[in-house]
Ligand binder design. Sequence first.
Ligand code: SAH
Length: 286
Amino acid sequence: MKETSISASTRNLIKKYDFKIAKRFGQNFIVDENVLKTIINCSELSKDDYVLEIGPGLGVMTQVLCEKAGGVLAVEIDRELIPILKVSLFGYENFELINGDILKLNLKAILEENFGSSPVKVVANLPYYITTPIIMKLLEEDINIKSITVMVQKEVGERLCAAPGGKNYGALTVAVQYRCIPEKVLIVPPESFIPQPEIESMVVRLNFRDKPPVALKDEKMYFRVVKASFGQRRKTLLNALTAGNLGRSKEELKTVLLNSNIDENRRGETLSLEEFAGIANELSRQ
Ligand code: SAH
């Protein structure tokens, strides 16, 4: 096959199939060779690895994933892309394609069916309109993940990597950092995509921790406390927790905060992972 740049091959595929880019599915195809290489290198793939790709699009990155990894399972929502992907990935025995909505699938069952109990690496240029729910789904479902290497909006990348106290520190930060150590990899300009998104993007790698940084009696309680604390950013911690459907009265929560050594007038965004864990454990105790 003639060597073509991925920009030319993407344009050719769109033209050949008269493919109509669907804005509602957040379609921004990567056409920058260096960005693609960075994502691939960063995922550190070998033939022992199994990959879950979310939103393969035209399959340009998917081909490289199939070359490097032992197996690739791709989930694509857009029906129009399925016949194109079948042609692009023709001949790759280690490729499986599912036409579906990543947010609605039973990922655990599908991954087990394809890869048994092996851990997976998630590699994706995510659809930006659902970045946060996808990441939360990957974290909250009981899936064995080694790492997540993804392209996200720069603003979400900043939130994933934020430290306490800043404006980017929120529920997503605290949920992700409980499971993973995030790493900023690369800022990506709009010109690296067709069509160009309006904002800058970022490649982020989330490395899964061997064990959580704080001991929790009940993980679900931790996620509930985090959501409640950031639910009302302008409120004091006590008021946010009271409004947060934790099933406790204001007086009870006052005592919980007192026992956890946390000033009730602080704001959620100033609390560390350990402090959220302290509140969650105190709540699970009572
Ligand atoms: N990986 C390709 C395309 C990225 S664009 C590339 O880098 O060039 C995002 C992709 O996610 C699109 O293919 C879009 O159709 C797909 N997508 C959008 N919503 C989805 C969902 N809910 N489930 C699965 N795929 C989805």
